[in-house]
Design a protein around this ligand. Structure first.
Ligand SMILES: [Zn+2]
Ligand SMILES: [Zn+2]
Length: 605
């Protein structure tokens, strides 16, 4: 049986991708990480080998400051399949741990100088057959504020671009808008490992990405599962060790279970593997379950980050947290992060647009706009229905983000709207659980709103302007620097670059919005004359539509379409703006699609 399991491991595990960036590619971690993600998606994890001479140096001074003792977790390797909670191991200083780890290696004379395959066989032998009793102390999750970060400054006295303590501040890291420090998420943790010290299967909080650096010492073997297989993995783990899930439904969140990769592969889960050596980075992408173990004494550091590819997963995490069988506390308010990041990008785009990151910032700006539109649509739906049910409405000022409170029911952290009841005003409910947690009348409940629909629409509008400016800016810049002699085989000609920067999804210009909205009455609202208000109104209307039934949407759309057609015909000559019917059709089609998509997403009709 053991032999079978090994054979499965050997035969069916994929090699996770390994990247060797050039010094130029390596100069910006967030741009590089976003660029490789499409190639890693099928695996979930990958390894990045810094270019020669570019790996971050070890901070000997920080290592030498060794006054504090840290706690360890005692792991019984032969019992990892049982999912027992780890007890505390001994306490060590860094020097004491190093000595203990090196001493521990001497117990395994047959593993002296062994390769990673031999090491792996022995590890799984112990886990699967309990042939030996092995207990190790793992120094995980050590606070770098106390024990120091091991990233040294560069020779110029600057921070290395891949210094994980610095990643948080990167313009493309969405987590940078979180104002309070979250240990292990926005601030790195330090990990001291010894032979067979294990990180059991887990995903990162909020399905974030993680970046891990092995500062020095023995290698680590990693296993990864692509994000798309996360639920399949959870089901498989549940089926393989049902008794564990029965006793502790959140067992995977406790990070104490080691399901052998061979077993997962037999259940059709795609598992990939890599060996991380000293001076190499490992990345885990959104919702990619991962696990692994150390070959011997080592020092590592890790932190989370959120890039453009994480946006959808972040919302998914909130949904899974709130609706999943096992509840898990959110560690920050996702809505607040999206709103703050959107405001930041709407504001900062002009400053950053000329830099190397401009393309990435443009893409992130558009992605945030989509997220904001979705959030606005949800907010409007819930707010309207709760007010109809009799809840009191109250506008409140946002507070500092470290005072955010979890929903009493689902442990998500709501931000834009919060529901409280008179019977226990300190208890907070998210919009989905507005009526939960007590049986008081709706009139006793208060819907606290921290941002009005107008404020949110305004952010969306500014994001649209920001990405439009970015697209225009890039278009001109690229056109200007493209040599006329360049042939399509070697690069894009100016025309194709221009058309690429004006795809179907580009934001509406002021003129187009004015044309669309002028003279249209919906719900008998007389639109104000200011351009800005009109633009906001269009966005609001588009977001409002899904709260109606499908039939209503269609008839409203038809009416709207007719009005726009009549309006464009009448107004074209009057306003003297070129507005060809084809152009109008494209725009209408785009709007129609957006509405239909929203209607489907919100399950209207
Ligand atoms: Zn809730
Ligand atoms: Zn109540």
């Amino acid at each position: 049986m053991t032999a079978n399991a090994h054979r499965t491991i050997d035969a069916a595990l994929d090699d996770a991708p390994v990247f060797y960036p050039t010094a130029e590619e390596f100069s910006d971690p967030m741009v590089y990480l976003s660029s490789i993600e499409p190639k890693v998606r099928r695996y979930g994890i990958c390894k990045i080998v810094p270019p020669p001479g570019c790996a971050p140096a070890f901070n000997e001074d920080a290592w030498g400051r060794d006054t504090e003792r840290f706690d360890t977790k005692q792991q019984h390797i032969d019992a990892l399949k049982e999912g027992r909670t780890f007890k505390f191991g001994k306490e060590y200083t860094k020097a004491e741990y190093t000595t203990a780890a090196i001493e521990f290696d001497k117990q395994f004379s047959s593993l002296a100088g062994a390769g990673s395959e031999t090491m792996e066989r022995r590890f799984w032998d112990v886990v699967e057959t309990q042939s030996e009793k092995i207990a190790v102390d793992y120094g995980n999750d050590l606070d770098v504020n106390v024990f120091g970060s091991m990233f040294a400054a560069t020779s110029d006295g600057l921070r290395h671009p891949w210094d994980l303590g610095h990643l948080f501040a990167h313009p493309l890291n969405l987590l940078r808008v979180i104002e309070h420090e979250i240990a292990g998420v926005t601030k790195p943790w330090l990990y001291l490992g010894m032979r067979f010290a294990t990180f059991c299967w887990h995903v990162e909080d909020h399905f974030l990405c993680s970046l891990n650096y092995l500062h020095r010492g023995a290698s680590k073997t990693w296993y990864g599962i692509p994000g798309v297989d996360a639920e399949a993995f959870e089901n498989c783990a549940r089926a393989t060790v049902p008794h564990l899930f029965k006793d502790a439904p959140d067992i995977l969140h406790q990070i104490i279970t080691m399901v052998p990769p061979g077993v997962l592969v037999q259940h059709g889960i795609k598992v990939s593997r890599l060996v991380q050596n000293e001076g190499e980075f490992v990345v885990t992408f959104p919702r990619a379950y991962h696990a692994g173990f150390s070959h011997g004494f080592n020092v590592a550091e890790a932190v989370n980050f959120g890039h453009i590819g994480w946006l959808n997963f972040g919302q998914k995490a909130v949904d899974v947290y709130s609706k999943g069988a096992f509840k898990r506390n959110a560690v920050f308010a996702h809505q607040r992060l999206i709103v703050d990041a959107s405001e930041s990008f709407a504001r900062a785009y002009d400053i950053a647009r000329a830099s190397l990151q401009s393309k990435s910032i443009g893409a992130l700006t558009s992605a945030l706009r989509k997220e904001m539109e979705r959030m606005l649509s949800d907010e409007q739906y819930f707010r309207a229905s709760l007010v109809r049910r009799g809840l009191q409405l109250k506008e409140v000022k946002p507070h500092a983000d470290n005072d955010d409170v979890c929903c009493v029911r689902c442990k998500a952290i709501p931000f834009l709207s919060v529901v409280r009841c008179r019977c226990l005003p300190t208890a907070v409910r998210c919009l989905s659980h507005a009526m939960d947690a007590c049986s008081c009348e709706p009139e006793h409940r208060c819907l606290e709103i921290r941002a009005s629909v107008h404020q949110l629409s305004n952010i969306i509008l500014r994001l649209s302007h920001a990405s439009a400016r970015g697209a225009n800016h890039q278009g001109t810049r690229e056109t200007a620097t493209t040599p006329l002699s360049r042939t399509p085989a070697h690069g894009k000609d100016a025309e194709s670059i221009k058309s690429e920067h004006a795809p179907l999804g580009t934001p509406w210009t002021d003129e187009e919005l004015m044309q669309l909205v002028k003279g249209i009455k919906i719900h008998n609202i007389n639109l104000k004359s200011q351009r800005e208000s009109r633009a906001i109104m269009v966005i609001s209307i588009a977001a409002m539509i899904p709260t109606r039934t499908q039939t209503q949407v269609q008839s409203k759309l038809k009416k709207f379409e007719g009005q726009v057609r009549r309006m464009t015909a009448e107004r074209r000559a009057q306003l003297g703006i070129e507005f060809t019917p084809n152009h109008a059709d494209t725009r209408l089609l785009e709007l129609k699609r957006a509405w239909e998509k929203r209607a489907v997403n919100t399950g209207a009709g």
